[in-house]
Design a binder for this molecule. Structure first.
Ligand code: ADP
Length: 216
């Protein structure tokens, strides 16, 4: 299973990425975690990106692309799939990741889109700020990250829809319900992945299926 996630900050990419990774026994490649690790270890790369992370700005495309390229190569060598969390964040990155993955014969077979309202996202991020003290979880920086998501990240969803690999889920529900929807959708798609070419598939939209997954 090769999945990439497109979601606004606070939608649960990290949490659901870990669930997917555990379920399919694949590596969880989280660009934000990799970058924060560099900052914590004070590597040259960490020193270069720290201010951008603190402001909620994107770091240069090539930096994340190199990091992710290394991780995809490792997954290829280990013969696994992957769940990519945090990249792509703009259309340039989307095309670049596609090219790198293609050269490894490792392109994503699912682009998982988590949807949630801004008010809910802000509420979650501020709640997390109180617990984790991430430097970019302040009110002002959260708004900047959300604006960036709407401006440059969300538009790539349409690109994945046109490639036939988009799966959208409603991430407003409790974590376990979102996880159940995601795993159900991915398991349902698994038999198709090797047999139905991408261009012959249709986007999968589960956002209106709340009742089927236990909502009142
Ligand atoms: P969130 O999705 O909540 O903003 P992440 O942990 O995914 O959190 O990312 C944190 C920060 O790391 C981003 O605000 C950005 O500065 C940087 N970052 C992560 N992934 C990328 C990427 N693909 N391109 C550029 N910057 C990135």
């Amino acid at each position: 299973m090769r999945v990439l996630m497109v979601a606004p900050p606070g939608a649960g990419k990290g949490t659901q990425g870990a669930v997917i990774a555990a379920h399919f026994d694949i590596p969880h490649i989280a660009t934000g975690d990799l970058l924060r690790d560099h900052v914590a270890r004070q590597t040259p790369l960490g020193r270069e990106v720290r201010d951008r992370l603190d402001r909620g700005d994107l770091v240069p495309d090539q930096i994340v692309l190199d990091m992710v390229g290394d991780e995809l190569l490792r997954a290829k060598r280990n013969g696994t799939g992957y769940v990519l969390d945090g990249m792509p964040r703009n259309i340039t990155q989307a095309r670049a990741v596609y090219q790198v993955a293609k050269s490894l014969d490792m392109t994503a077979n699912v682009a998982l889109h988590l949807q949630a309202d801004d008010d809910e996202l802000i509420r979650r991020l501020l709640a997390r700020a109180a617990l984790e003290h991430r430097t970019d979880d302040t009110d002002e920086v959260i708004r900047r990250r959300l604006a960036l998501y709407h401006d440059v990240t969300h538009p790539i969803v349409a690109w994945y829809a046109s490639r036939g690999i988009l799966v959208s889920v409603d991430a407003m529900r409790p974590v376990e319900r979102v996880a159940r929807q995601i795993l159900t959708a991915l398991e349902a798609m698994r038999p198709l992945l090797d047999h139905v070419p991408e261009h012959a598939r249709r986007p999968v939209d589960l956002t209106g299926l709340g009742a089927a997954f236990g909502d009142a």
